[in-house]
Design a protein around this ligand. Structure first.
Ligand SMILES: NC(=O)c1ccc[n+]([C@@H]2O[C@H](COP(=O)([O-])OP(=O)(O)OC[C@H]3O[C@@H](n4cnc5c(N)ncnc54)[C@H](OP(=O)(O)O)[C@@H]3O)[C@@H](O)[C@H]2O)c1
Length: 290
């Protein structure tokens, strides 16, 4: 599917969104947990050919990413940049301001994908549903104006998506949800696919916890690949947009070498049995107050 020699920079497969855009199936995560590495981001873009970066206002690195993108020399039009709106910014005017502020920090005049980070927002005197709908309408406007080429949500469950469908006009292009061998929310995956929403998975390595699981180690040994490559390959082979994070160049390289092999159906089925509903991400509402 891709060439991986050092001399020819690979290009990565993409997944079509309902509006015709193509999102690269493999991206680089940049969450604040574990810190930020400028060198690693430049390396991912320049040497690994990654063209998809996932970030968020919450991660606090948008400005640094803007600098890294500049230094990499990758053209804006060749890059897929996703960032996220933090619940503390939900609401019509604050959403617009937050989006434009993210663009400014990233040094761009448009985003490829803008996501509502979390379904809950706990605004006193207003229902979450009401605030979500108002916020989504601001995103729809930013989409119509071309500031966001695609808009979506993150951590939304089926009832949240159903409500949004009743309250608003545009069906989210993407729903980004935790997805790894221990967390396989098949009902949401199937729902998203039925509704034309691309399912994007975060924490593909379960923040590293999947890398020592005996079943993953067994598959790594069987395919002569690393545990991280098994997890990422499994996610991609399920058609899920996948965004592993590493701050280390050699690991980013390793995490990109997932297109030269495939897992047998029996091993895809085996991996299904690892679902335990374990989540590695938990947010609590006071986090976004203030
Ligand atoms: N929408 C949301 O609410 C949400 C929530 C969480 C995450 N996300 C997004 O999803 C991205 C990925 O999730 P994540 O960063 O939480 O977790 P992850 O990608 O599952 O795991 C990252 C951890 O694995 C380590 N690692 C990476 N590659 C490795 C390898 N080849 N071998 C061994 N260890 C390796 C990293 O350490 P080193 O840096 O030391 O390599 C880091 O500690 C985030 O960065 C963020 O962009 C979104």
């Amino acid at each position: 599917m891709t060439s991986t020699s050092a001399s020819s920079i690979p290009t990565y497969p993409t997944v079509p969104l309902s509006n015709g855009l193509q999102i690269p199936i493999l991206g680089l995560g940049t969450s604040h947990h574990g810190g930020y590495s400028h060198r690693a981001v430049v390396y991912a873009l320049r040497d690994c050919g990654l063209r998809h970066i996932d970030t968020a206002r919450r991660y606090g690195c948008e400005e640094q990413l803007g600098v890294a993108v500049q230094e990499s020399g990758v053209r804006r039009e060749d890059l897929w940049l996703t960032t996220k709106l933090w619940p503390g910014d939900y609401g019509y005017l604050s959403t617009r301001q937050a989006c434009l502020a993210s663009c400014k920090r990233l040094g761009v005049d448009y985003l490829d994908l803008y996501l509502m980070h979390w379904p809950d927002c706990s605004v006193p005197g207003r229902s979450n549903r009401e605030v979500r709908a108002e916020t989504w309408r601001a995103l729809e406007e930013l989409y119509d104006e071309g500031v966001c080429r695609a808009i979506g949500v993150s951590n939304f469950l089926i009832p949240h998506l159903e409500e949004l469908k009743e309250d608003c006009g545009i069906v989210p292009h993407v729903n980004q949800v935790e997805y790894h061998p221990f967390q396989q929310p098949q009902e949401i995956v199937q729902y998203c696919r039925r509704e034309g929403i691309v399912f994007e998975g975060y924490c593909p390595l379960a923040k590293g916890e999947a890398l020592t699981h005996p079943a993953i180690l067994h598959l790594a040994d069987k395919y002569k690949r690393t545990p991280a490559q098994i997890c990422i390959r499994w996610s991609i082979q399920n058609g899920v947009v996948t965004i592993p994070k590493s701050t280390k160049e050699e690991r980013i390289w390793e995490n990109c070498q997932v297109f030269g092999f495939s897992l047998l159906q029996e091993d895809m089925d085996y991996a299904k049995t690892l679902h335990s509903n374990k989540k590695v991400i938990h947010l609590s509402y006071p986090l976004w107050k203030g």
